[in-house]
Ligand binder design. Sequence first.
Ligand code: NOJ
Ligand code: CA
Length: 706
Amino acid sequence: MRKIVGWGTMALTIFLASCKEESSKTILLSPNGQNEIQFILTENATPSYRVRHGENMVIDTSTMGFSFKDQPPLQQGLAVSNIRTSQVDETWEMPWGEQREVRNHFNEMVVSLEETKAPGRKMNIHFKAYDDGVAFRYEFLEQQDRDSITIMDEHTAFQLTGDHTTWWIPGDWDLYEHLYNTSKVSEIDARSKQNHPDLATTYIPENAVNTPVTLRTDNGLHLVLHEANLTDYAGMTLKVDNENLTLTSELVGSDRLGHKVKKSLPAKTPWRTLQIAERAGDLIESRLVENLNEPNVLGDVSWFTPMKYVGIWWEMHLGLSTWDLEGTQDMNTFATLGKEQTSSVHGATTENTKKYIDFAAENGFGGVLVEGWNTGWDHWIGFEDREGVFDFVTPYADYDLEEVNRYAKEKGVEIIMHHETSAAPRTYEQQMEAAYALMQKYGMHSVKSGYVGPIIPKGEYHHGQWMVNHYRKAVETAAKYQVAVNAHEPIKATGLRRTYPNIISREGLRGQEFNAWATDGGNPPEHLPIVAFTRMLSGPIDFTPGVFEMDLPSKPNNQINTTLAQQLALYVVIYGPVQMAADLPENYEGHPALQFIRDVGVDWEQTKVLDGAVGDFVTIARKERDTGNWFVGSITDENPREIRLDFDFLEADKTYRAVLYKDAPDAHYKENPEAISIERFIIKKGDSQTVQLAPGGGFAMSLLVE
Ligand code: NOJ
Ligand code: CA
């Protein structure tokens, strides 16, 4: 259904206007005219742009440019040689996702630039204006004397027009697992977040933030800066100028290679994206980032089915069992990096896996994740030389790979593979084909991968170009074997799931695991009401919700900082086509709230964000594909809240059997987190209800079509 309405001068007169005062200013408007991006050549013929939303200038004159290793910067002395415009209105389908149909509707302008003096290099800047934001990318054209460029940095500025409230994590080159900070732009101090005792690795060379970064202006407009289609390029952080309120691209580098990016010509950068929304919830409903990626190149991907899963996982994080065979590598060693503990037992045994398979089968969960099944864990964390350590085809002696897969199949469950690379990607690449072929042999269609620790070789970082290419290689190789990837310690999501639907989910945030062992008290209640409006805007999350035993008896200094009702709500609030029921089977056994995890969908026809405020609360309704059942989830920060629910989103001619799982009147994330009350009633379109949320609480509701 792709409809391109005109290229060239005709379209130019429709939505491109020139302004007399600034002779070289061109304007691109979004289809509804609300968002406007202007291209300008400023002083010394420097390419620059501005962005408006309605009457408001949201990005003031901001310069663009690059510096290179062995040629002069491309930043000034440019002239416009051509401008092309087009309009696109198309609809595409997500094989699984937050919604089935996605409308991709934008106006586009390609500005061709050429240096007026030698060497006369050429660059195109592609601009797209959508009703939910704007984006641009650079395209380097062929140069006479070279076939590649080596970029030392990209200088794309975002000149803010006020000291906005910002929700940010530091521009760490290695890890996104920081808590979000809320501050004015003028107060961002990212470097103070270096050396977090609970983080396996951090490197924050500048006062920069990672993306997506969310800002709110004084008059309530939301802005989100991120990138789309990060391909063969370095991840972008944004360097903060606290005084001038400017953010400027700062690419993640390679100390080993001494540059930021090397690319063959012609070359395109990722899209630099700016989501613009008056209502916070519209940020979550926006598909701008996916729209800026190419269509599916894998074709039929029906070999993967969205699923809920359980796994041999939480028990290791709780210190009840270990990844390694000898029982020496538990989460206490993880937290203190190297201290030996020898009290535990190996988790990934054939017998224990069968227990989880039985539990999954009884409850209709599709997958069982098994971590610690393969050799190498005895040389995991704290070891300098991790090259050649992990083996992705050899199980430990007490894990019968063939038998667990046979048993799982018999029970209608699939084993989820686990590949902890320990950030030694070359070792992983050597074994990749064999590892995915082994999975295919046993009919395993998804892998959780991991990259804990500093990257080997030294001088490379998780978010640099070299690793971006490694993560892509894993996804492309996996696809050949019908394997879908859920990477932990990943590169950030940039909408590539549109092109490679086997990128199913990822971590890339401070997940539930921190609640089990972080020394700083775990994730505070405001964490997820921020995540929903920051990290979640980039793509699906493997957060691993669903913990029912909140006081973590084996971890006296840790607890979960939400109520149990909020743990249920997360299945709706946080999107991912694989959703874990993270707790131990014995903590679910006989609990009435387990019914919600059994019922809740994982694949959606439609998503509606009913209400929300960044960092405070969010309420989301999602309609399950095929069944037509709706599920609603709402979460709050440390403040109690009353949520009014208007059931206008339901279909008119249907009756729904509602089950509401809400905080009991005396629930509190700290003192009484497990207090839940469950109510049943009938709901129709037009009905309304109010629900009380406890501090750190939430509610989950199933609306099952009668
Ligand atoms: C960190 C991951 O986030 C966690 O889920 C996993 O259990 C460990 N690494 C071991 O791979
Ligand atoms: Ca992690």
